[in-house]
Design a protein around this ligand. Structure first.
Ligand code: SF4
Length: 448
């Protein structure tokens, strides 16, 4: 871990950087600037802050690690296991409106949550108190075990401040090894590290176990409004099923037991149109065929499995085909904001990277499809995480402006299935795109 003197100097540089970027992008809320910095660098907690007596939802490792250190490297800080899933930044000396931030652990981060003068958690950077902090509320079903002893949080954790049930039904990916895995992704290695620590973390979720968990979620009075069915890609077969068949069987089971209860979302590959139709017919209403990065050469380097098995042009044309099945506003492909600058292959300047990603946004948004993004966290267990630090804060905040302005120029509605948009309302925690949508932007019902 970093020495106190070095920590102070990094904290001072961090605050100066936040000031400079907030000044340059003065139409982006300062809350979003701090949130992006916490996401790209990670944050840390004192033990006292985690022991301050209130209940909250702990980090569930719902799919990737989203940490800046492997868990074993943080073994001398056992309170790492008590970190919350998310935190809210609000109020305090900087007068923040609420923003929700996904927790990405980094013991060396200048962003530290500790107890303030009134014994309530605050976000500090060095000696500067930035705002108050609340921890993610604990859903009423947390703490339960299923009949076979599996903790319910292994099966159906809640994220986005309780809005979304995150159902990772396949915790591995058949793109395996550095020749095939997306280079920013640690899904397979995170699975291994969780298992190595003896945590209950299963590769494939039985359908019955998932339904039992959802029965309990419903009985508990959970306020979740949506679910995401997801997991790694299936390039050949899994349990004798193709990717579409494998994931559709969960959607059919959920929608048959709880018809229309939640906004049903699915993150899988860009599949042929007939498979996409099956996904739609199973009751899914929002489809996320994540393209990860726009630039052709970088897509091939950073997503070698996707490039080889599907190909960028086919991936893009399948996104457009999916818009005919779901309607363009319900096809929401993700990209990983920041990987376009990752060493050694990424763009050298922020301006080049904005131009490239902006071209992709223009391509999709001019067709009514609004991609969303997650802020890249260089996970050390991923291929890229070993080679490079995060993208710059200036890049992330400029990307937010590019996304917001392109979205507004095409007069698109707020992406459905994410809850209310706008500062103080948004709950999406792994990037700030929902925080920067202007008040008065059209919204759609979550289900068509
Ligand atoms: S397709 Fe890529 S991003 Fe998705 S789980 Fe597999 S390796 Fe990770």
């Amino acid at each position: 871990m970093t020495s106190p003197a070095r920590h102070e100097s990094v904290a001072s540089e961090t605050l100066n950087l936040v000031e400079a970027v907030a000044r340059e992008f003065d139409d982006i809320p300062r809350e979003a600037v701090v949130k992006e910095d916490c996401l790209r660098r990670g944050l840390w907690f004192t033990e006292e802050a985690l022991r301050s007596g209130h209940e909250y939802a702990r980090k569930s490792y719902f799919i990737f690690s989203f940490d800046h250190r492997p868990l074993e490297d943080m073994a001398d800080a056992p309170h790492r296991d008590d970190a919350p899933e998310e935190i809210a930044l609000e109020g305090g000396p900087w007068g923040f409106q609420r923003v929700i931030v996904s927790v990405r652990l980094n013991p060396d981060s200048p962003w530290l949550i500790e107890l303030g003068d009134d014994d309530q958690p605050v976000l500090r950077c060095g000696d500067t108190t930035v705002c108050q902090v609340a921890f993610s509320p604990r859903p009423p079903y947390y703490g339960q075990e299923l009949d076979d002893g599996t903790p319910i949080t292994e099966v159906a954790p809640s994220i986005e401040w309780g809005y979304l049930l995150y159902l990772t039904v396949f915790r591995m990916c058949q793109y395996f090894g550095k020749e095939e895995e997306c280079q920013f992704c640690d899904i397979n290695r995170n699975f291994k590290q969780q298992r190595a620590l003896g945590r209950p973390y299963f590769a494939v979720k039985p359908v019955d176990r998932l339904l039992e968990a959802l029965d309990r979620v419903v009985a508990s009075g959970s306020r979740a409004k949506a679910y995401t069915l997801t997991g790694g890609s299936v390039t050949s077969q899994l349990e004798g099923l193709t990717e579409a068949e494998f994931y559709v069987r969960y959607a059919e089971a959920i929608e048959s037991r709880f018809p229309g209860r939640w906004t049903a979302k699915m993150v899988v590959q860009a599949l042929p149109k007939e498979d996409v139709q099956r996904i739609h017919d199973a009751g899914i209403v929002i489809y996320h065929p994540n393209y990860e990065i726009w630039d052709r050469e970088l897509f091939e380097r950073i997503c070698p499995g996707k490039a080889r098995y599907v190909g960028r042009d086919t991936w893009i044309s399948r996104i457009l085909d999916a818009a005919e099945v779901f309607g363009p506003e319900r096809v929401i492909p993700n990209f990983v904001g920041g990987i376009e600058t990752a060493r050694p292959f990424g763009f050298r300047t922020e301006e080049e990277a904005w131009a490239s990603t902006g071209e992709g946004l223009e391509f999709f948004m001019s067709r009514g499809i609004a991609p969303r993004f997650t802020t890249w966290c260089p996970e050390p267990l991923s291929v890229l995480g070993k080679e490079t630090g995060p993208a710059t804060l200036r890049y992330h905040v400029g990307l937010l402006r590019t996304w917001r302005d392109t979205h507004a120029r095409h007069d698109l509605p707020a992406p459905p299935g994410y809850g209310e948009p706008g500062l103080g309302n948004a709950v999406f925690s792994v990037s700030s795109f929902m925080d920067v949508i202007a008040p008065g932007t059209r919204t759609l019902p979550a289900r068509p």
